[in-house]
Design a protein around this ligand. Structure first.
Ligand SMILES: C[S@@+](CC[C@H](N)C(=O)[O-])C[C@H]1O[C@@H](n2cnc3c(N)ncnc32)[C@H](O)[C@@H]1O
Length: 233
């Protein structure tokens, strides 16, 4: 069966995180190829490597590392002490991991260390999300806090932080997660799906109507952020 993370349905309660993430990574995988040619990928906190198929058409190699025993990972180690040489990878992917690590500052400085000159780090992490240990769950960010975390912990040529989806999508996600949980508790899990799909459709349409809802500013609330951090040549 196809991995739903590669084609998230609107009935998925975390659609506001998953749909923009797969779209963004697909764009970044192609963009990195245009800029760097065939590249070496390190997937940090790789889990099941759901996004590997987006990168393999452009990649010379794809190596996963995880801090827990993981049959999909070629290497075992934490993002705070990566078991690889300086500058050994051109594209370093770290999706939905920073919120789980002990020391985000050390993690970002390691992501920078293992990236080759001219290479880039692609990170995604949560603004707002329910507690979800994997194996722990410590941190959430604002766009400003995430940008500061990167700028303070690496010699970057550029750092770009963008919200994955808008404020309505974030509120819709929280409501969808709650509905999904409630319906499953009473044994009617499938009944939540059309409701969640309708919420996600309406939220996307509402967010698209105003920059106040989808660009960072006072009063905004974002489920997830995407970071592209480039290392100087
Ligand atoms: C929510 S999953 C994300 C998996 C995958 N990157 C994705 O986007 O689907 C978090 C992953 O990070 C790993 N992880 C947690 N803390 C870590 C750490 N300090 N160093 C490296 N990996 C870590 C977990 O074992 C898990 O595989």
């Amino acid at each position: 069966m196809a991995d739903p993370r590669l084609d998230p349905p609107k009935s998925m309660p975390t659609y506001a995180v998953r749909a923009p993430l797969v779209r963004w990574l697909g764009e970044q995988a192609a963009d990195a190829y245009d800029a760097l040619g065939r590249y070496r990928v390190l997937d940090v906190g790789c889990g099941a490597k759901p996004y590997e198929p987006l990168f393999t058409p452009h990649a010379a190699s794809y190596i996963g590392v995880d801090s827990v025993d993981n049959a999909r990972a070629e290497l075992k180690g934490s993002v705070e002490a990566l078991p690889v040489d300086d500058g050994a990878f051109d594209v370093v992917l770290c999706s939905q991991v920073l919120e789980h690590c002990d020391d985000p500052s050390k993690a970002v400085s390691e992501l920078c260390r293992v990236t080759a000159p001219g290479g880039r780090v692609l990170t995604s992490t949560h603004g707002v999300m329910a507690y979800h240990p994997s194996p722990t769950d410590y941190w959430r960010w604002t766009h400003a806090g995430l940008e500061k975390l990167f700028r303070d912990n690496g010699e970057w040529a550029s750092v770009r932080v963008t919200p994955a989806s808008g404020t309505t999508a974030c509120l819709g996600m929280l409501l969808s997660m709650y509905l999904d949980l409630m319906f499953r508790r009473i044994g009617l899990g499938v009944a939540a799906r059309p409701l969640v799909a309708a919420i996600n459709t309406a939220a996307g349409a509402i967010d698209g109507r105003s920059t106040l809802l989808h660009e960072p500013g006072p009063g905004t609330l974002f489920a997830n952020f995407h970071v592209v951090a480039e290392v100087a040549r």
